[in-house]
Structures are given as structure tokens and as C-alpha cells.
Ligand binder design. Structure first.
Ligand SMILES: *Cc1c(COP(=O)(O)O)cnc(C)c1O
Length: 377
């Protein structure tokens, strides 16, 4: 089965009893003892959530999946795999909430961490050899600078030290990147973004083909109560069915806007994976089917960022990404505000950086909107 067929058919088949084509929404919190599927209590297992888990893990090419209440609670549950003395290795060029949770929450509970730059795998390997790293958490492309990491190489140096590689695949989605194929032990998402895709449900997900790891994580999810609600599972499942179609349009629109912005005299920098040269460009070609739907830009220092933001009609200033509607984010004051300014500067995240989530609107409308807003900048 290919993506869309899998997204529509792999997790659910209409049953003999009622023949419903669309999976039912099971709100029941408890189940009569002795049922064939062994459901007992909805925190531990819910039929609607399990359809989502089957479907999305199969899109990742993995055998097991768990749906969480958010991308953040997925991270929190995974970090609790760490035993005392074991560390998580991550990059500060990551989603702001990832930094916030590891540094300001988990570390205070005694979980240890180290920070690296995953575009420098020599530095990363040196840390892995020296320190007791159990979990390597990488985002590729990163948020918001869209830097990419060679997943296959990182998996190989991670496994040499008997650590787990976890890839946050939120920006690419399973349509544009398949981390499990390159050796990731766990693939994670904030389903809030492209997977659900309609900006109306917060959720998270992990998939793995390591059964022992899955069982431990399922135990932890049940103990914490970090699972996704039946209604959000149902909504996410609905969004998932059009993921391939939406990604194609997000990608096509972003590619066109990135080239337009790159040539525009008012921009000084455009970050978009297909514009990358050298090693970064090679990694994009090697492991991504498409550079994706996200673009980051810097306007020329003499331009008026506020006037530009006020002048766009179809790009409201708002957090989040991956929905059908286009959005603009100002990382320094919004999504990445919890990363200290010195740390932001170190990773090249300037105060004038803008991140654009390109929606699925008509490309001519998006182009002419940006064109006229840039005139005011
Ligand atoms: C949004 C996001 C998260 C956090 O997910 P929530 O669903 O908001 O908790 C994690 N990683 C990335 C890359 C994200 O974009």
C-alpha cells in the first residue's frame, strides 16, 4: 500500500455488524469485562485511539504507535525512560518547548542533559563517547532555521554507544521523510501540526518497531495519563486521510514562495532546504522527498518588520504551523521566547527572523499578498 491508501485503509475495516465506513468515536471510559479485544479502561486502551496508532505507525514504516495528548507530553514521557545518571543529548536549535522541558523541568528533577550541534557529527560523536547518553533527540529539519542532520550517520554513531535515536519528524511528516528507514529507534510528532493539519487539535505521537521499548513507553503513558482523548484521536485520524494531498500542496506553494522571497530585494536571507548548498544541500537530497512547507526569512536591516506584518492579508501573526492556513511567527518573542537570548544568538536565531508556515491557499493570492506587504516593509 502507498501513503494515501495506507492513511485511508490500514487502520480500520468496516465491520459486519453496522458497516460504518468512517471509524466510530468511542467515548466510553470503561469496557465490560471479558470483551474480545481486552479493553478495560480508556486510559490504557481505546478503540478510536488504537485506529490512529495503527494507521500513523504504518505510515512511518513502524510496527507500534502511541498517541499522546500533545507533542510536549510525548517528550516528557520519553524523557522518563532515563534512569539516574543517564543523559539526553539534544540541540538548542530545536522547538522552544523541547528546550524548556529538558532544561527547566526535567533537569530540576535530576534528569541530566547535554547540548550539541547535530550538523557537526564529530562533536556529537565525541560527546557520545565521553558521556553516558541514553537518548539522542534530534529535529531535522530544525525549527526555525531548517538545518538538517544526516539521520543515517547519526543513527550509526548513536547505536555504537547503545543509545536510542529519536527523530522529531514534525516538520517533514512521514510523507517527506522516513526516519525509521534511516535507523531512528523512535519517530515522534506534534500531530497538532501537519498530521492533523487543520489547527483544531493538540496532540502528539510516537512510533517504533522496538517492541520492548514500546511496552515500556506504553506503561509510562498509562502511568502518567498522557494519552490522546478519543475525540482528538478521531479528528486527527480524519486529518491524516488527506495528509499526502495537503503536503504536496504545502510543498509546492512553499517552493514557489521561497524562490520569490530569495530573489526579492527586501529580504537579506531565506532559509529553505532546497536552497541549501554544500553538505546541508546533499543531506536534503539524500533523505527528504521534498524540502517541505516551512520557510524562514530575514528582512533587510533597514526594513520595517512591523509594517510588513501588519500589511499581509493571508499571513496572520500566530504561533503554530502545518495547518491549511498560512501563518507567520516571530520566534524571538513567540515560539522560542523561552530560549535565553545569548543561547538564541549562539544558534543564529536573530531577533529579526520570521518563520512562515505556508498554507494550501492559491499560490497567486499568496504571492501577490507577500509582494504588496513587502512594498510596505
Ligand atoms: C509544536 C512542536 C512540538 C510541541 O508539540 P505540542 O503539540 O505543541 O505540545 C514539538 N516539536 C516540534 C518540532 C513542534 O513544532
Amino acid at each position: 500500500m502507498q501513503f494515501s491508501t495506507q492513511a485511508i485503509h490500514s487502520g480500520y475495516t468496516p465491520n459486519e455488524l453496522d458497516g460504518a465506513i468512517i471509524p466510530p468515536l468511542h467515548l466510553s471510559t470503561t469496557f465490560k469485562f471479558g470483551n474480545q479485544n481486552n479493553y478495560d479502561y480508556s486510559r490504557s486502551g481505546n478503540p478510536t485511539r488504537e485506529i490512529l496508532e495503527k494507521t500513523l505507525s504504518s505510515l512511518d514504516g513502524n510496527t507500534h504507535g502511541l498517541a499522546f495528548s500533545s507533542g510536549s507530553s510525548t517528550l516528557a514521557t520519553i524523557v522518563s525512560l532515563l534512569d539516574p545518571g543517564e543523559k539526553i543529548l539534544f540541540s538548542s536549535d530545536a522547538y522552544g518547548g523541547t528546550y524548556r522541558f529538558i532544561v527547566n523541568v526535567a533537569a530540576r528533577e535530576g534528569k541530566e542533559y547535554s547540548i550539541t550541534d547535530f550538523t557537526d557529527l564529530e562533536e556529537t560523536e565525541a560527546i557520545l563517547q565521553k558521556e553516558n547518553i541514553k537518548i539522542v533527540w534530534v529535529e531535522t529539519p530544525t525549527n526555525p532555521l531548517l538545518k538538517v542532520t544526516d539521520i543515517k550517520k547519526l543513527a550509526s554513531i548513536t547505536h555504537k554507544q547503545n543509545a536510542y535515536l529519536i527523530v522529531d519528524n514534525t516538520f517533514a511528516s512521514p510523507i517527506f521523510q522516513q526516519p525509521a528507514e534511516y535507523g531512528a529507534d523512535i519517530v515522534v510528532y506534534s500531530t497538532t501540526k501537519y498530521i492533523n493539519g487543520h489547527s483544531d487539535s493538540i496532540g502528539g505521537f510516537l512510533s517504533t518497531s522496538n517492541k520492548e521499548l514500546y511496552q515500556r513507553l506504553k506503561f509510562l503513558q498509562n502511568a502518567y495519563g498522557t494519552m490522546l482523548s478519543p475525540f482528538d484521536s478521531w479528528l486527527t485520524l480524519r486529518g491524516l486521510k488527506t495528509l499526502e494531498l495537503r503536503m504536496a500542496r504545502h510543498g509546492e506553494n512553499a517552493e514557489a514562495l521561497a524562490h520569490f522571497l530569495d530573489k526579492h530585494p527586501k529580504t537579506s536571507k531565506v532559509y529553505y532546504p532546497s536552497l541549501f548548498h554544500g553538505t546541508q544541500g546533499e543531506i536534503v537530497k539524500k533523505q527528504m522527498r521534498h524540502p517541505g512547507g516551512m520557510i524562514s526569512i530575514e528582512l533587510r536591516p533597514d526594513s520595517n518588520v512591523q509594517a510588513f506584518l501588519n500589511a499581509t492579508k493571508y499571513f496572520p501573526l500566530a504561533e503554530s504551523l502545518g495547518g491549511i492556513e498560512s501563518l507567520i511567527d516571530h520566534p524571538a518573542t513567540m515560539t522560542h521566547g523561552s530560549i535565553p537570548k545569548e543561547e538564541r544568538e549562539k544558534i543564529g536565531l536573530s531577533d529579526s527572523l520570521l518563520r512562515i508556515s505556508v498554507g494550501i491557499e492559491n499560490i497567486q493570492d499568496l504571492l501577490s499578498d507577500l509582494e504588496s506587504a513587502l512594498k510596505k516593509a
